[in-house]
Design a protein around this ligand. Structure first.
Ligand code: HEC
Length: 495
């Protein structure tokens, strides 16, 4: 996805002592303008800020005019300040000489100004949050670790999208153009041939590879692919299959394939964006997977359309009878939750809590706790603004909108991709933490969540490449698939 200039390269966010931003469930009537549909205002927010706010707050947020302090304060680069910033702009700070803008600007425009302030803050503050290695050691809050290359660009990986391990430690790596590498000891020693056809249009291609938790008994491997339409190789939708690999030496042949989820051809789309494609097993016989909205935001709200959903199926592809919409007429019965934009991170913790990370437009990538039947709000509410600098939405649902709020948001966006739960094997003090990656942010963040509240965050890795996938290795190390350059790196505890 397109990212705004320089912010796109920067990582994120510091340590949050305690966030108050979580609001799960129905919101009271907030009195905000109703987001009945996202309003595409033409006002350019940079210009609006420069014309209206900069004379006091400074073009870069540095403050100094009209008695203002600098906005470039690390503590305030935090989601718990989203609403206070919004309210200050809307209602003014009368005793300090700032007028109220609520009468002249729409709520969407006011929110866009907050997003602009976030972009200024990140530009001014990012180095404060960047991990600072001493030699090759990174000292973080609970562990000191090294970062090392596991498989370098010479292994022939091309936009590596997903990593998984067989019980004997062999790593399978899907490259988006459509091939699967067999990796041992950091070397690509073989290939798996005979894979189902996929088409690499834009962000889609050969995507996820997941090894069934009982692989040793049943041999099943699950894949998500951008499945080409019979009409045209340039039209695709996310499809889920499983199959078995028969190995001879280091090379394998894919076979015994079963299609577990495939949508009607009318839904196939030529858009190159938003395929979702992440797969998770719950260990109780179910498979969760995600689809993006394929650039058609409104369809994320439509239960009869496959776009922008998280699904739950039985491991053989059949529909669990306790899925939330099995009795809703017209609804796709595999749907578990909806209102998603592009979930490219999906992970379940040891308590069975499912999380996703998903791409927002410019600003406001989300981490959500995924709950049965819930609506996550896209394309009705979003933290983001439009790529052309115009306002889009306010992030909070209004009284009649029963949307779940994210538990964490990246503002500016990082292009979320890859999500894992630290299992504690090599980093015991991170056990249960979420490890989330970003493409444009080129970051790996550790996020601690307690009772749906983010209590701690830090950036573990920054500017090593676009992060596509994060997985816990069998050795407990944190593996990260990167592209630009294409390689796999890992975080290893310092001895
Ligand atoms: C006439 C000067 C002036 C103008 C113009 C002005 N502000 Fe302010 N603003 C202030 C002062 C003074 C404060 C309170 C002191 C502070 O926080 O720096 C403030 C506070 C704020 C705060 C709260 C900051 C905090 O740290 O809690 C936000 C957010 C804000 N302004 C946004 C805006 C935006 C957006 C605009 C343009 C639409 C704007 N202001 C225009 C003077 C101004």
């Amino acid at each position: 996805m397109v990212r705004p200039g320089v912010f796109g390269l920067l990582g994120l966010v510091g340590v949050i002592s305690c966030s108050t931003a979580v609001t799960i469930g129905k919101q009271g009537n907030s009195g905000y303008q109703k987001n009945s549909a996202i309003k595409r205002s033409g006002v350019n927010v940079t210009q609006l800020y420069n014309d209206t706010c900069a004379k006091c707050h400074g073009v870069n947020g540095e403050g100094g005019g009209g008695g203002t302090k600098s906005l470039l304060v690390a503590d305030k680069f935090n989601q718990k300040w989203d609403k206070p910033f919004f309210e200050a702009t809307r209602n003014g700070v009368p005793d300090m000489g700032m007028e109220a803008y609520g009468a002249t600007l729409s709520d969407q425009e006011i929110w866009a100004l907050v997003v602009h302030i976030r972009e200024l803050q990140k530009k001014g503050l990012w180095q404060e949050f960047a991990p600072k290695p001493k030699g090759d050691l990174y000292a973080s809050k609970h562990h000191t670790y090294r970062y090392e290359t596991y498989a370098d660009a010479s292994e022939g990986l091309k936009t590596p999208w997903s990593m998984a391990w067989l019980p004997d430690g062999t790593m399978l790596v899907n490259s988006r153009p459509g091939f699967m590498s067999v990796v041992k000891g950091g070397k690509a020693v073989g290939q798996v041939t005979g894979l189902p056809a996929s088409t690499e249009i834009g962000q889609g291609g050969l995507m996820e590879v997941k090894v069934h938790p009982d692989y040793a008994k049943n041999g099943w491997i699950y894949l998500s692919i951008a499945d080409p339409s019979p009409r045209s190789n340039r039209s695709a939708f996310t499809k889920i299959v499983r199959g078995k690999i028969s190995f001879s030496g280091n090379n394998g042949v894919w076979g015994s394939e079963q299609t577990l989820f495939k949508v009607a051809d009318e839904n196939y789309d030529g858009a190159g964006v938003h395929f979702g494609g992440k797969i998770v097993f719950d260990g109780k016989g179910h498979v969760f997977f995600s689809t993006g909205e394929r650039g058609r935001g409104a369809l994320a709200q439509d239960l009869s359309k496959p776009n922008g959903k998280i699904y739950r199926i039985n491991e053989d592809g059949s529909v669990p009878s306790d899925n939330p919409f099995v009795k809703t007429s017209g609804a796709i019965p595999q749907i578990w939750s909806y209102g998603h934009r592009n979930p490219q991170g999906l992970a379940m913790n040891s308590e069975g809590v499912l999380f996703d990370t998903e791409h927002a437009p410019r600003g406001g990538d989300e981490m959500n706790r995924i709950q049965k039947g819930a609506n996550y709000g896209w394309d009705k509410v979003s933290y983001g603004i439009n790529y052309n600098d115009s306002s889009l939405s306010v992030p909070w649902p209004s009284g009649n909108q029963d949307f779940k709020m994210s538990i964490y948001r990246w503002l500016p966006s990082i292009g979320t991709s890859g999500l894992a739960i630290a299992n504690g094997a090599a980093f015991p003090k991170w056990k249960g933490d979420l490890i989330a990656g970003g493409l444009s942010g080129a970051n790996v963040d550790r996020i601690r969540v307690k009772n749906d509240q983010v209590v701690e965050t830090e950036t573990l890795l920054l500017n090593k490449g676009r992060v596509r996938d994060i997985q816990m290795g069998p050795d407990g190390f944190i593996y990260v698939a990167l592209n630009q350059p294409d390689k796999i790196v890992r975080l290893v505890p310092a001895k």
